[in-house]
Design a protein around this ligand. Sequence first.
Ligand SMILES: Cc1cc2nc3c(=O)[nH]c(=O)nc-3n(C[C@H](O)[C@H](O)[C@H](O)COP(=O)(O)OP(=O)(O)OC[C@H]3O[C@@H](n4cnc5c(N)ncnc54)[C@H](O)[C@@H]3O)c2cc1C
Ligand code: FES
Length: 255
Amino acid sequence: MQTFPIQKIVEHGPGVKSFYFEQTFEALPGQFVNLWIPGVDEKPFSISCEQNGLTEISVKAYGPFTQELMKKKVGERLGLRGPFGHGFSLKENSLLIGGGIGIAPLRRLAQELSDLGMRFVSLLGAATEHELIFKSHFQEISTCYFYTDDGSFGEKGLVTEHLLQIIQDEKIEYIYAAGPEIMFVKVKELIDPLSIPYEFCMERYMKCGIGICGQCVLDDSGVRLCVEGPVLNQDDLKGVTELGKVHRNATGRRE
Ligand SMILES: Cc1cc2nc3c(=O)[nH]c(=O)nc-3n(C[C@H](O)[C@H](O)[C@H](O)COP(=O)(O)OP(=O)(O)OC[C@H]3O[C@@H](n4cnc5c(N)ncnc54)[C@H](O)[C@@H]3O)c2cc1C
Ligand code: FES
């Protein structure tokens, strides 16, 4: 674990911020780093961008750790270790489906696809406009469909609202998704009959981040999300019975 001073902070809206560090990890899109707040804890975060020698991490405030992170100022030192996990593959004619802070790992993926000249379409949703982070960036490099729960930007509703129509109209051959697990369940239900291959960037409570502690294992597959994931494809997910149903809490208990 090395510590780095925060170089810059960008506030996307209340409780949603990006933190920049002068260090790169040469991470693949979808890989994550563990971020340590000295005296508090260490938690996993996707890399939303690596550019010009800076790594960006985008965070939504939930509980104690992320609330503490929101108080940090430029110049304060935080620990980073990684990159960890298995990232996204890169496919042509793809659809990137992002929900809420799940948009963060998709930003890095979108940049990589764009740099390689690969066609993709973005379908992004969030509770409200300020949580639709990086929307102008996605608009610059792809065709976009936006949804918000409150109708403050794009269409009012969920990303799954017109999913099948968008897949058909845009001639989509591959799907990437990152967001709340309930979104994966719905997306999976809709696309399984179409046999379109997909990858989901998932989250579980993690501790070691390197496959040792067993905290992030998915039942019944035995997949360790921090090593074989966090990006899993349709084959990886075949044996997973807990999707959208249960997960392990901080103590390792299923809830
Ligand atoms: C691979 C991966 C990438 C992630 N990327 C991002 C990101 O880019 N931006 C972002 O805002 N959040 C990201 N998260 C989630 C982030 O780690 C949790 O939001 C954060 O740990 C919440 O902690 P808390 O103490 O603020 O809230 P808590 O009240 O402790 O938890 C809020 C929610 O986060 C889950 N959670 C808590 N701790 C962990 C943990 N150590 N590992 C996984 N889930 C946890 C809890 O189950 C709960 O559902 C990612 C998680 C994983 C596993
Ligand atoms: S977090 Fe320890 S095995 Fe994945």
